[in-house]
Structures are given as C-alpha cells and as structure tokens.
Design a protein around this ligand. Sequence first.
Ligand code: GLN
Length: 546
Amino acid sequence: MSFFVFVMGGVMSSLGKGIASASIGTLLQSRGFSIKMKKLDPYINVDPGTMSPYKHGEVFVMEDGCETDLDFGHYERFIDIKCSAEDSLTTGKVYEKVLEKERRGDYLGSDIQVIPHITNEIKDFIIEGSSDVDFTICEMGGTIGDIEGLPYIEALRQLIVEFGKEKVICIALTYLPYIKVSEELKTKPTQHSIKQLQSMGVQPDIILCRSEKNLTEDIKAKLSMFCNVKKENVIVALDANNIYLIPKMFHKNGLDRQIYSHFKLLGESAELKATKDIEEKWGSIENTILNCTNTVRLSIVGKYIKLKDAYISLSQAIMHGGFANNTKVEVDWIDSEDNFTNIENKLSQTSALIVPGGFSSRGVEGKIFAIKYARENKLPFLGICLGMQLAIIESCRNIAKINATSGEFGEEGEFVIDFMDSWACGDTTEKRNKACNKGGTMRLGSYPCKIIPNSLASKVYGQNVITERHRHRYEVNIKKYKHIFEKAGLIFSGTSLDGALPEIVERQDNPFFIATQAHPEFKSRPFSPHPLFSHLIKASLEFLGN
Ligand code: GLN
C-alpha cells in the first residue's frame, strides 16, 4: 500500500491547493517515487460538466472523457501524467454509488448513514489503486469547516486510525494576511482554521502558509505552538510570479524533506540526486521564464474573460508556446460582447488571435467579427472548438455568401454546424440523442485524427495521425455543405480516421490560419508545449517581423 498525502485548505478558498498538490507530486516524482493524484470534491454535482465556467472555472477533460475539475489540469501539467475518471470523486458520485447499492439491497436492510456508508465509499475511493504506487496524493476540495466537507474529513480521520500516521500525512494550506500599516503577518485565521480541523479529530502534520512575506522565526514558533505542529513543519508558500516557480521554491523551503522525514524516508544520496533533478528540470523553466528574449501580444476573444480560471489550460498552453520560442506572451482578453470598433482597435494592437471554446449564442457575433479581421489582415489565428465552428461560419457567410449558422444558436439559416446523432468510432457507431440530459450528448475525450499531407496541420504536428481531446455537441455538417466549404476556401486538413468528421480546418490566404474541433490546450505541458501553440507564437513573431 502507498503512503497517503492529504492536502486541504484552510482560512479561504483560491489559495492554490491544486498547484500545491501538483508541486508536491512533482517533487516526490523527482526522488523516483511513483505517484497517483486524486481529488475529492465536496460539491453535490456528479461532475463539473454542468457548472458555469464563470463560477467554477474551466471544465478539464481527461483522455477517457471524464469532465472534471481544473486542478487535474495542474496535476497533468506539473507531473506529466494522465489522470482518469477513477481519480476524481464528488459528493454527487458518492451518493450515486451508495443509492445504487441501497436500491440493489446490498446493505441488507440497514439504515443508510453518513457514517459509515458515505465515509466507507470515500475511503474505498482513496484506497483504490493505491497499492500500485509509492504515494497517493489526495487533494480535498473546499475549505476546512465547509458543511459539505465534513464526511471527507471524517473519512480521513478514520483512515488515520486504520493506517496510522506512519502511512498518512496531512498538509494544511492556509493563509497569513499581511496588515500593511502595522507591517504584520497575522496568524489568527490559521490558528482558528486548524482548531476547527482538530475538533474534527484531524491533526495536520505540516502547515503550508500562503503569504506575501517570508515567515519570521517568531511566527513559525507561534504557529507551531498554537497549531501543535513541529516548527520545521511550518513552511512558507510565498506568492509566486509564475506557477512553475513553485516546485523549486517548495523544495528550497524543505517541504518534500519534511514529508520524507515524517515517513522516515530520509536518505542523503537519494535526496541529493532529487535536488539535482529538481534544479535541472524546474531551474530550466525558471531560466526561460526569467530570461525571455521576445515579447508578443496575443488576443483572446471570449465570453468568460472575467474569470481567468475559465480558460486556465488555454493560458497555460499559450505560456508553454512562449517557452518554446523564448518569448513572453502578453494576453489581451477581449470581451466578445464588446462593440466591434473596440474589438477591432484591440486586435490591431496584437499579433495573434485565439477564439476559444464556448457554449450558446451569446457573444458569437463578436467572435465572428474578430475571425473576419484575422482572416483579412493575415493575423495568425487559432480557433478552438467553438472557435473552429465560428471560423467555418465566417468563411461561409463572408466568402460563400450564405446565411450560415450553427444548430446550437437556434436561429434561421443554413446549419453548416449541426447536431449529429451518430458517428463512426473505430468499428463501432457512437450515438447520442438530443433529448437526453445535458451531460450525455457530448463527444468527450480522446479521438484520433488523420492529417492530410502538405497541410499546415501536417507541418505543425509532424505526424500522420494524432489524438486530441474533445468536448462538444455540434459537428461540421460536411454531408450537406461540402460544396459551400470548398467555395469558401476552407481546407479540412484533419478528419476522423474514416474521413467522415472534419476535425481541423485551415485557410491558404493567411500564413497561419488554423482551427480545430478539439481542445489541444488540455495536452500541452511546460516541458512539451503543444505544437499548435508553439507554432502560433512562432507565427506571431513572424507577423511582427522578428
Ligand atoms: N458549443 C459547441 C458545441 O457544443 C462548442 C463546444 C466547445 O467549444 N467546447 O459543439
């Protein structure tokens, strides 16, 4: 059985538990340990697929099509692993399972209770698959004290009793507010939060203190005493300018060392090797971040721009594309509902455009306007999912001169993008039904795509067959509008393996105009930037004349 690392958050949300967990993962990996990342989300939704990106941030899609929390994006990017549906648990899923068992009569007539039935289900999830790895890292969603989180803390308490602290470590990420006028870091919110955790029977072993200032020895001593944690286990997590600077900073502050010390895994030569590895790997990213020689400005025209987390994988993939070109990319977030003059003004000051994924008709006219601007002004353009559908609509409207639209927008017009109830996938036919619930009508997860030779796509990918992750309901209606697409100058340079579904489209009248039905941003990594993003940044440097 593995060691278990639990990461929970106190004082408030948005402290970066996902990034902290991912950083711990990469540090343990550097010492040669195999790891599994799991996330326990106390919300009652079965998955975040139906949650608004405005409130919850992006829905991250795994290879297997599981729609999940954005933290899985951090895990995959930092640790370069592929997570799966089995790694993600929500209260909705727990209840779904328990109620299914109850209906089947599995509980033999007993009354179903939070303890033990719900907590057992949570524990089973945590333990499942743990014997295959050295470490299981479990991030607990929510904040200590949330009502929804209570069964999770209780399950953790029981696990500690069952396995002992020699197998389990609890890390609480908290926040120390800094009061400017008195120049003081305050520990009281952390003290209260940890007391609350203790009152539920769980004693943290490490307190990771998110703070804008370094901790004095006095503050560490105070937190150590009031929170019942060793002084060397009170560790600062300073605000960082870039999330990829965090693993190295955590290592420098001794976080991984204290984890090894807790599990009695200290070993000088293994640690020295790990330090060298971390220095090399994360130090090289640090160098790139600090020493970029170029800067480009890139526009994103989207609907959810008020909450940057709604496009987190996209922003990360853009940054990775910058790493590949030694370039700092400044992003200009343009509201697709802004007026056309403002959109045009902003576009004229940048050297690339991305129109990302999205749902419903709100703001689509602004996006179509932006795509037209990019096409006519030879601005490098990358369309993603809805961005590809709109690129097709734009060319059909403005070049082939038809009243093109998508079935999603529910208007009159030619549905060049439309709902498809079935499509071939290998030897089987996948079906979907418009009348079934919202979560069930999407094409989700990884699909292969055949690339046409001598296309921009083949230059970018350098491969004949690729796979990308999908999350959409609508498809290009090539059966009905093939002749119109040809007239509009659209080239389908990537298709499903049987050629039936267009997956990538490009234009030849702009040196870099490419759009994909998939979400390439989910597969980009800091150490292996996705080629669509590195080529987009390269094209934007060329657009600038660099
Ligand atoms: N709304 C479009 C569809 O469902 C695009 C989805 C997306 O961009 N992820 O097909």
